[in-house]
Design a protein around this ligand. Structure first.
Ligand code: UTP
Length: 417
């Protein structure tokens, strides 16, 4: 009884009276479940995050400088061989692990189901995004498996899509990947709020929550025990990539070799921005630390700036192709990254118990970004890859970065190679 009253008081303090109305309509079991969930919510944090959505983010130009990079195309044969040798050695010895971030909602694509279960219409028969990733890793094991080591593959899911993801991989026999080398772990969640800061209630009469962004990877690796397991296995380098790039190379020995050679804790592959206003984050240095500046946070003038060769000064796009030492992951996993808000469409139950399916974005999801961790370090190695070899994102239903463009890029790449 006290718990119910406490919950009601808390909801009143934080202007969530609509939930009190809904609570009154629920049977005992559902009421208990909802109260239980509410007791775990950090309302102060949610209020702060909501208040932040009303503040303008401003980046002062004078604090930002370009970040040096190496162009893979321009490496000499000797350099390439040296980097490759360094990288191969790590993978061969079984000191390399891969993480796939598959906890996103994929709202822009509009596919019902985890994004990795989306089938890209390639070569007639089609391939699932998870299948494409599995093939990439199988190829790496073949190349660098002379001591019989298999690259451990960690797949980060969300609470929402975890079961469906595992079922899918089981059903498809892990696309021929060694099942014992695959481990799933679910990331944590945060509540979603509407434009007035009200929590949304879902069809199951629970507060609607969503994954806390791909920056949640680090802390979730730790909380799930995956990080400890990696250490036990003797892993020294960890690659973290997205689920939705059909040309992602998860075991690029040159990238690994560059990181080792430069003695850095983080390395990342970039591609040149397609044009000054492409909607991608770009690398820069802010107050002396590596940083990815989101397109939405970059002033137009700065986005268009060119250097003496006519190349964009801030032209290295971040493509979710990141490599870390295990120590770097350990360090980041103990830090709190900042949260950004994303304005998205989310259905909900209104206070009369009716489901509302919005046609326009109606609510804020709070996410931390994987690249916000870079500024915890003094340096990062950037390797410029090639768009046609490394980047075929599946983001939007149609137009740019859609299944159609990804299919074309994928087929062109494989026809060349
Ligand atoms: P995006 O930020 O593009 O999000 O994710 P998304 O979920 O795929 O698509 P939209 O924005 O809803 O349309 C980039 C990568 O980060 C992962 C995604 O699965 C993708 O691999 N991600 C994103 C997570 O693992 N967790 C998250 O909370 C968010």
């Amino acid at each position: 009884m006290d718990k119910i009253q406490d919950t009601i008081d808390l909801l009143k303090i934080y202007n969530q009276e609509h939930i009190i109305k809904l609570l009154e309509k629920l049977d005992d079991e559902k009421k208990r479940a909802l109260i239980d969930q509410i007791s775990k919510i950090d309302f102060h944090q949610i209020k702060e995050l909501y208040d932040n959505t009303k503040k303008e983010i401003e980046i002062k130009e004078n604090k930002i400088e370009p970040l040096p990079y190496l162009d893979k195309e321009k490496l000499s044969e000797e350099q390439k061989e040296e980097f490759q040798r360094l990288g191969e050695e790590v993978i061969e010895k079984g000191e390399y692990a891969v993480v796939t971030m598959a906890g996103g909602q994929g709202t822009r694509l509009g596919h019902s189901g985890p994004k990795g279960t989306f089938k890209l219409d390639v070569y007639g028969k089609g391939k699932y995004l998870f299948e494409i990733l599995a093939e990439n890793l199988k190829e790496a094991n073949q190349k660098y498996g002379k001591y019989g080591k298999i690259i451990p593959w960690y797949i980060m899911t969300s609470k929402e899509n975890n079961d469906e993801t595992i079922e899918f991989m089981e059903k498809h026999n892990y696309f021929g990947y060694d099942k014992d080398s695959v481990r799933f772990f679910a990331q944590s969640e945060l509540p979603i709020v509407d434009v007035n800061g009200k929590l949304l209630v879902d069809k199951d009469m629970k507060i609607k929550e969503a994954s806390d962004g791909n920056g949640g990877t680090y802390s979730s690796l730790r909380a799930s025990g995956a990080l400890a397991e990696m250490k036990e296995k003797g892993i020294k380098w960890v690659f973290i990539g997205g689920v939705d790039n059909a040309l992602l190379k998860m075991a690029d020995t040159i990238l690994l070799g560059v990181a080792i050679n430069k003695n850095v804790q983080i390395a990342s592959k970039s591609v040149v921005k397609a044009n000054a206003h492409e909607r991608v984050g770009v690398f820069g240095k802010m107050n002396g630390h590596p940083k990815v500046i989101e397109y939405s946070e970059m002033p137009d003038k700065m986005a268009e700036e060119v250097d003496e060769n006519g190349e964009l000064k801030y032209g290295e796009a971040h493509i979710m192709c990141n490599l870390y030492t295990i120590e770097a992951i350990e360090k980041i996993s103990k830090e709190t990254l900042i949260y950004h808000s994303a304005f998205k469409k989310n259905s909900y139950i209104d206070e009369n118990g009716k489901e509302v399916i919005p046609t326009e974005p109606n609510s804020f999801k709070f996410e931390s970004f994987i690249f916000d961790a870079f500024e915890l370090f003094d340096d990062i190695a950037i390797l410029r890859g090639k768009r046609e070899d490394d980047f075929a994102p599946v983001k939007n239903k149609e137009g740019v970065d859609s299944p159609k463009t990804a299919k074309e890029l994928y087929e062109k790449f494989w026809n060349r190679n």
